[in-house]
Design a protein. Sequence first.
Length: 225
Amino acid sequence: MSKRVQKQINSFKYKGEPIKITLGTLILTALCVLLIIVATFTQVTLKHPYLPLDTLTFLSQDVSDYNILHHFITSYKYIPQIPVIFFIVALMGRKFGILSIICYIILGMFFPVFALGGGVSYLFEYGFGYILAFIPAIFLAGTLLKGKTDFLRIFLIAIIGVVTIHVLGVLYMLFVATLRHAPMDLVMSWIISQSGIQVLYDIFFSILGIYLGRQARKLLWIIMC
């Protein structure tokens, strides 16, 4: 390979450079906001094997029986909003990722783009804290994503980011519940529904989202050069 060809290849090689502010990146940011809205209203039914608490009672039975086998399959209705958030930060970086969330929040103050509607009154909804928590989560993830990213680093970023969103989301939920003088059993039901098994799904799919976003960023950087 000649030095000229090698130089051309190196000039288009992604080396962790930040994406510049251009008309193209601003349009892409707007598309990211649209992607968040689409993910908010997208529900995917996931089915996979699991071990229920009464697993031991089935040890002596025929596990090939359909009814018994079906007992070890669970289904979960999942909304992929959080993985999309991490895909965006891996694709666009910390600056444009936060900008996408801020635009999404501002848009939600005027239009029903949140899960349960929109408007200024949504500030006092139990789930609004999760949306606000996207900003610090993106800040942390975007900071940690600078430079090389192997699987272990992506795994840790996903855990840190998802836990940040759920912890701050729960704290905001408790704050709103205090203002509303809501009964504790209602608050606990909200916490379980929003931050129960959901956390594990969010971590798994956020790992995938970060990986795909990072790969897409390499191509995006070449296009934007």
